[in-house]
Design a protein around this ligand. Structure first.
Ligand code: ZN
Ligand code: ZN
Length: 328
């Protein structure tokens, strides 16, 4: 990663951390990545002897869906890219759900992701796997590691006033942003409390904590980071985009449609990322549901003409895109 920090130094709205901030960041990252990893490993080992109870499976799945859609519908498509407009209760709920994914406070996440789009796979991109220009096996692994998790410890701060002024000006969002610590605590604690109450046992609380808190946070972390690493490296590129983003069907379901990442980079404000037929996109389906419930409006979709202009290999837009297109 030797060339990366120098390349970033000139990025507008990015400043270097003080030594103290760097130390705090290191501790936070170690706790928030190693703890879920240890919990996940323990849960898997334990699984061979004790199995997985229905209670723990339901709790883990619920929190995976709640926090996962918080990131994809909320943090990503609503707050970063403004793919639709949400009514206030939905907006606040999505901000809280996204925060509980334990991927950073909302405005920091959005600022960093906007930088990723502004400099995709060029100097200034916070998590490109390609910045080293080293395509040896060692260089490739180093690039993928940086894009997946290494970038988290970069000693830099994204200026939220520069990269997310709309969210800084939103009092609701600022309130949620400042409570990231509390929401992180709740994300760890609630599954355990629920497991304890449902089974009325201490053991029930412990196993729900293992699966519903640690393993769930671990899996969602790595699925989200895989979009940064795998989906800028492996997969198809049906659209022209000024980067090396890819569509990867393998991750489509577990990432709720975020792995149609080349479609997303080609049309960043589109509410649908899986633009082609058969490209499963649960996040788009959820936005559609919110629209039907009158909680979301002004949903942005690409026009067939826009799709044709950027298409490298012909793809047939899905029915919803064909019927309901508007300019993005
Ligand atoms: Zn990307
Ligand atoms: Zn994006």
């Amino acid at each position: 990663m030797s060339s990366v920090p120098q390349a970033r130094a000139a990025t507008p709205g990015v400043t270097a951390m003080t030594e103290r901030q760097e130390k705090i960041q290191r501790i936070v990252i170690i706790v928030l990545t190693v703890l879920p990893l240890a919990g996940f490993a323990f849960a898997v080992v334990n699984f061979w002897g004790a199995g997985l109870s229905v209670t723990d499976a339901v709790i883990a799945l619920f929190f995976y869906l709640f926090t996962g859609f918080g990131v994809t519908v909320g943090y990503h498509r609503l707050f970063t890219h403004q793919s639709f407009v949400a009514r206030r209760p939905l907006k606040i709920a999505l901000a809280i759900a996204g925060s509980m994914s334990v991927q950073g406070a909302i405005i920091d996440w959005v600022g960093t992701h906007r930088r990723h789009h502004a400099f995709s796979d060029r100097a200034g991109d916070p998590h490109s796997p390609h910045l080293d220009d080293d395509d040896t096996i060692k260089g490739t692994i180093r690039g993928l590691w940086h894009a997946h998790i290494g970038w988290l410890s970069a000693p830099e701060l994204t200026d939220n006033h520069r990269w997310a002024p709309d969210l800084v000006a939103d009092a609701d969002i600022m309130r949620v942003h400042k409570r990231f610590g509390t929401l992180t605590f709740l994300s760890f604690a609630l599954p355990a409390v629920l497991g304890g109450l449902v089974t009325w046992s201490f053991e029930g609380a412990v196993t729900a904590f293992l699966w519903g808190s640690l393993a769930r946070i671990f899996v969602l972390h790595h699925v989200t980071w895989s979009i940064n690493s795998i989906c800028h490296f492996f997969g198809d590129r049906p659209f022209r985009s000024n980067d090396r983003s890819t569509n990867n069907w393998l991750l489509a379901i577990i990432s709720f449609g975020e792995s149609w990442h080349n479609g997303h980079h080609a049309f960043p404000t589109s509410a649908v990322h899986g633009i082609g037929r058969g490209q499963i996109d649960p996040t788009a389906a959820m936005i559609r549901l919110f629209e039907k419930m009158k909680l979301a409006s002004r949903v942005k979709l690409v026009t067939p003409k826009q799709v044709a202009q950027k298409t490298v290999e012909e793809i047939k837009p899905r029915a919803w895109v064909r019927k309901r297109w508007s300019n993005v």
